[in-house]
Design a protein. Structure first.
Length: 430
């Protein structure tokens, strides 16, 4: 006598949920939610000045992480956000965004907790166009007897060509007068810039000023007092580069949807492609909409998360479509509505378990992760939910509509060869 095993089922075997009867309701709800997501973008534009909370990856600017030490003890100390904000506003830096960050630093005394500050500035360069022009004019006036043939700015570097040598120490006071700190030359740079070109006899020099990280560190030290501000990390993107990255991200999503349509058209047949394409567009719009409503930062990592969502959704859609195709061949006597209901009930448990596993994993990343990890996980949390939903309630009804509209019904009389039609007529008369 064999022992009977009792299994714990997520859903009882033989479940028979009616999905097709609810398709119209779910489709209507999806269109309403998509409209709301798109509307949130325009609301943000009107109220916040931009469609989404772009990071410097897309809008350009500089992100700097600062840590602070007490000048007396040399120990890391936290600085109140209000003091830092007041320091920037006092210097005319009103568009700076601040957020706290915590991490551990390895020191001779062991691991030390550090509470720093992330400073995001719309400025990419430490020098404004006005500063560049004034510093250039002052430089030419100071060294007018040195036969300067060229003095042009490129970013934070002034490229100079002259008949006489201009030493770094001589030029430094000119830049200091305009709020710029000149970087000292090393031995290699002295050898290069303080010796004339063998062909032309001219001196080609490059005077580099410290970047935005050094400028902000000096500003904070002067304003707050008795601290040393250290730029732990600095990351900058130009405005044009940010715009190009944003355009490339949009193109990547469009290309992904197009390639998915092609894949499904060849993997199954053309009737499956429109539903999968619409479901993919729906998933992308919903993720973007949630980011817009919550005003969550949108970075390159967010785009990576969105593309991962697209892949996850398509994978789930393919599983559903594959089961529908198998059952359509197996149950040729049943209507397509019944075949779809049967197929969705068969894959429902698998879909729930797979989606729940991915959601749980990314939820842990979202709760305990920081920075870019949390940004990616947040996109995935939304995407897993809408991707699972769209595979069942969006891709499938559109596939059903296309099948009933163009792939069903009695064969047309003109499709029957004339010889077969004549034989059928003779049989009928006989």
């Amino acid at each position: 006598m064999s022992e009977q095993h009792k299994f714990r089922y997520l859903l009882p075997p033989g479940s028979n949920f009616s999905f097709v009867s609810k398709f119209k309701v779910w489709l209507l709800g999806s269109f309403i939610l998509m409209a709301a997501a798109i509307g949130a973008l325009f609301v943000n534009k009107a109220t916040r000045g931009d469609y989404m909370n772009w990071t410097i990856d897309f809008k350009g600017g500089t992100e700097i992480i600062f840590a602070f030490k007490d000048k007396t003890s040399g120990e890391y100390v936290p600085i109140d956000t209000a003091k830092i904000r007041s320091a920037f506003e006092g210097a005319g830096e009103h568009a700076v965004e601040l957020s706290e960050i915590s991490y551990t630093e390895s020191t001779p005394k062991g691991e030390v907790p550090v509470k720093g500050m992330i400073v995001r500035s719309p400025r990419f360069s430490a020098i404004t166009a006005e500063q560049q022009e004034k510093a250039r004019e002052a430089f030419l006036a100071q060294f007018n007897t040195f036969e300067v043939g060229k003095a042009n700015w490129s970013g934070e570097r002034l490229y100079v060509r002259s008949k006489k040598v201009i030493k770094n120490a001589e030029a430094a006071p000119v830049f200091t007068a305009h709020g710029l700190e000149l970087k000292p030359w090393g031995t290699k740079e002295q050898d290069q810039y303080e010796h004339p070109d063998e062909g032309t006899g001219e001196y080609n020099s490059v005077f580099s000023v410290y970047g935005l990280d050094r400028q902000y560190a000096t500003l904070l030290e002067k304003s707050i007092g008795n601290i040393q501000a250290h730029a732990v990390q600095s990351y900058g993107v130009g405005a044009k580069a940010g715009e190009k990255l944003r355009n490339d991200a949009a193109k990547a999503i469009v290309y992904a949807i197009f390639l998915i349509m092609l894949y499904l058209a060849f993997r199954f047949d053309i009737r499956y492609a429109p539903g999968a394409a619409f479901a993919t567009i729906h998933d992308a719009v919903m993720v973007i909409g949630v980011f817009a409503v919550t005003w969550t930062e949108v970075s390159l990592t967010s785009v990576a998360g969105l593309l991962t969502v697209v892949g996850f959704s398509v994978n789930d859609t393919v599983v559903v479509f594959d089961r529908i195709r198998e059952n359509m061949a197996k149950h040729k006597d049943k209507k397509i509505e019944r075949v779809i209901d049967l197929s969705l009930n068969e894959v429902l448990v698998r879909t729930i378990l797979t989606s729940s596993t991915v959601f749980a994993t990314t939820l842990i990343m979202n709760i305990f992760g920081t920075g870019l990890v949390r940004n990616f996980a947040f996109a995935m949390n939304i995407g897993v939910v809408v991707g699972t939903y769209s595979s069942i309630f969006l891709a499938t009804p559109i596939m059903m509509f296309v099948s009933k509209k163009w792939y069903s019904g009695p064969p047309k009389a003109r499709a029957i060869p004339a010889s077969i039609a004549a034989a059928q007529k003779a049989d009928a008369e006989g």
